[in-house]
Structures are given as structure tokens and as C-alpha cells.
Unconditional design. Structure first.
Length: 68
């Protein structure tokens, strides 16, 4: 069974790349990244994905935060 990290915890199930590529609910942008990164070293791709997620989460937080 596959494992995925979620905020420091391991879960017992995560979708595979193939699962995501056939899922109509998954964005075309994510599917493009999955196809492009398929040939990359998986450790490097995972590290880059985590860094990208952190940057985008920070941008999203800044976009919705209200300044007083």
C-alpha cells in the first residue's frame, strides 16, 4: 500500500500518478507537471514539489490576509 506524507504524518493511501492522470477532477496544470516531472529523479522532484507548495501556500495566505 502506498504511503503519503501529510503535514508530518504518514497516511496509508495516496493516489498514484496514473490515478491522477485519469481523474477528470485533477487540473490540467497538475497533469502537465506530473507528465513533465515523470522523467526526473523522484527525490529531487519531491523536494521541489514541497518547496513549491510552501511558496504557493505563503502567497495564498498573503492574498487572503487582511491588514488592519
Amino acid at each position: 500500500m502506498a504511503e503519503a506524507g501529510l503535514e508530518g504524518f504518514r497516511t496509508e493511501w495516496a493516489p498514484s500518478v496514473a490515478d491522477l492522470l485519469i481523474d477528470p477532477a485533477v487540473s490540467f496544470a497538475l497533469k502537465d507537471v506530473l507528465r513533465t516531472w515523470d522523467v526526473r529523479d523522484t527525490v529531487d522532484a519531491a523536494r521541489d514539489a514541497r518547496l513549491l507548495a510552501e511558496v504557493l501556500e505563503r502567497r495564498a495566505d498573503e492574498a487572503v490576509s487582511w491588514t488592519v
